[in-house]
Design a protein around this ligand. Sequence first.
Ligand SMILES: NC(=O)c1ccc[n+]([C@@H]2O[C@H](COP(=O)([O-])OP(=O)(O)OC[C@H]3O[C@@H](n4cnc5c(N)ncnc54)[C@H](OP(=O)(O)O)[C@@H]3O)[C@@H](O)[C@H]2O)c1
Length: 505
Amino acid sequence: MSTDAQIEEFYKEQTIFLTGGTGFLGKILIEKLLRQCWDLNKIYVLVRPKKGKSSKERFKEFFEYACFDLIKCKNLSEKVFLISGDIQKPFLGLGVQDAELLKKETTCVIHAAANVKFDQTLKEASHNVRATRDVLELAKQMPNLKVSSKTLQLFMKYYFKVFVHVSTAFSNCVHSHIEERFYTPPMKSETFLGLVDDLDDNTLQAITPKLLGEYPNTYIYTKCITEDLVKTNLQVPKAIVRPAIVIGTIEEPVPGWVDNLYGAIGIVLAAALGVLRSLHAKKSNLSHLVPVDYVANCILAAAWKAHRSGTTTIYNYTGDTKNMITWGEFMELIDGQCWDFPTEKIVWYFCFKLRENELWHKICVFFLHTVAAYFADFVLICVGRTTIAVKNYRRLDKMMDLISYFSTRSWTFEQDNVLELWDQMGKDDKKMFKFSMEDTDWVKYTRDSILGGRMYLLKETLDTIPKGKKKLKILFVIHYAVVALFWYSLYKFLMFVASSLYGNF
Ligand SMILES: NC(=O)c1ccc[n+]([C@@H]2O[C@H](COP(=O)([O-])OP(=O)(O)OC[C@H]3O[C@@H](n4cnc5c(N)ncnc54)[C@H](OP(=O)(O)O)[C@@H]3O)[C@@H](O)[C@H]2O)c1
C-alpha cells in the first residue's frame, strides 16, 4: 500500500462501535468502511427494535439495501456485528455482555445516532443528549492507553484511539457566523436532563418555547447541548463533524443513492410529485447541500486526523464556498431535471416555486395546497375512496414551515479545519476519501439526485420515463385548463360584483 493511503492504513485492525449505523448516513459509512477498509477488525452496529421487528430481524435484513450491492459478494458477517440497544433506554439499552464486549474491544467510536425530527417534543429530543452522555460514559471505560511510541502501539491491538461525534452545522444556528469551535450551550447537559426528568410532560411542553428561546426546534437545541457534552467529557482525541444539509450520494457506492425523506430531499421529492407548490425561501441564500458519501468520507478522515494529531477538532462540513449554489439555482436545476425525468407517480403538473414574501407564500399555500386538498378529498368521496389529501397536506405544510427557518436565513461557516484536513491528506487518500466539493458538477449531481430519487425512493426504473413524460403532458393541459377556469371565474365574479354595485357598464 502506498504511504499516501494513510487513512486506509489507520482503519486496519480497528474495531469500530457505530451508533446510527442503520440510518441514511450510517449505511454509507458502513458501506464505505467495508468496501475501502476491509482490513478493519470489526464494526459493532447499534440496532434497536423498530416497527414490530426485533434488532436481530432488522440486522438480518440490513444488507439487503441497494447501497450494499457492490459489497454483497463479501462475507459481511465476518466484519459487521449486531449490538442490540436503544438510545432512549438507560445506558443505551445495552445487555451486560454487549457492554463488556464493547468496552474490551472498541478502538474507535462513531456516534451518529439521533432522533432527527424537527417536530419532536423536548422529552423525545432529550434522548439525543442522554444517549451522547451514555456513549461517552461507555467510551470512558474503553482501555485508553496513552501510548506515545508508535512501535509500542503496533503491539497493542486494543486501545481506544478516537471518538467521533456527528453533530450538525446548525447546532449553533442562533449565530449568523459559525466558527469551528465550541459554543456556550443554552443549558448544561446535567441541568437539562434533570429538568426533563423532574417535569411532567404537560409542564415541559408548556415551557418548551421559553426554553428554546432563539433555537428553532428541539432537535437543534439538543444537538447544541450534546456538543458541550463531548467537549467536557472523555480525554481522548475527538472529532466533531458538523454536516450541513445532507442529500443523496454524489459518487459512491453509486451516484444518486438516497433513503431519507427529511429536509431538502423531502422538498425535491414532494415537488417532483407535483404535490408541493410553494416554499417560503430566499432564492439568493446559499443552500449548503452536501452529499452523504462525502460526509462519510469527511468523518472517516477526521477520525484519522484526530488520532494523528491527538487533539480535538471541529469540522463545519458545509460545502465549498467557491462552488456553492443558492436555493434558487438548486430548484431551477431540479425543475429542469423533473422535466427530463418525470416520475410516473406524479399527481399534478410540476409547478413548484420558492416564494420570498411570506404573505404571498401563505396565500399560495391556501389556494394551491389547502383548497386543492379539500377539492381532491371531495373527488375521493364522490368516487367512494378514503380521503387522504387534507391530512397529508397538513403534515406537509407543517414540515415546510419548520424547514422555512433554514430556507429564509443565511449563515456563513468557518471552514479552516475542513480545508486543512483536505490539504493534509495524501494523493491516494484524496481519491479514496474524497470530500472536497471544489469541482462538484451541480448539473450532473442534480440529475443523478432526481434519477436516484425515482429509483430508490419511488422504486421506479428508467423505462418508466416515457410514461412519466406522457402523464406530465396531460397534467400540463389539465393544470392550465384549471388555471384558466379559475381566472375566468374570478373575472366573472368581479364583473358580477361590479355590476351589482354600479349597475351595467
Ligand atoms: N441528514 C441530514 O441532513 C443531517 C444534517 C446534519 C447532521 N446530521 C446528523 O447525522 C446523523 C445521522 O443522521 P441521518 O441523516 O442518517 O438520520 P437518520 O437516517 O434518521 O438516522 C438516524 C440514526 O439514528 C438511529 N436512532 C434514532 N433513534 C434511535 C434509538 N432510539 N435507538 C437507537 N438508534 C436510534 C436511527 O436508527 P433507526 O434505523 O432504528 O431509526 C438511525 O440509525 C445524526 O446525528 C444527525 O443529527 C444529519
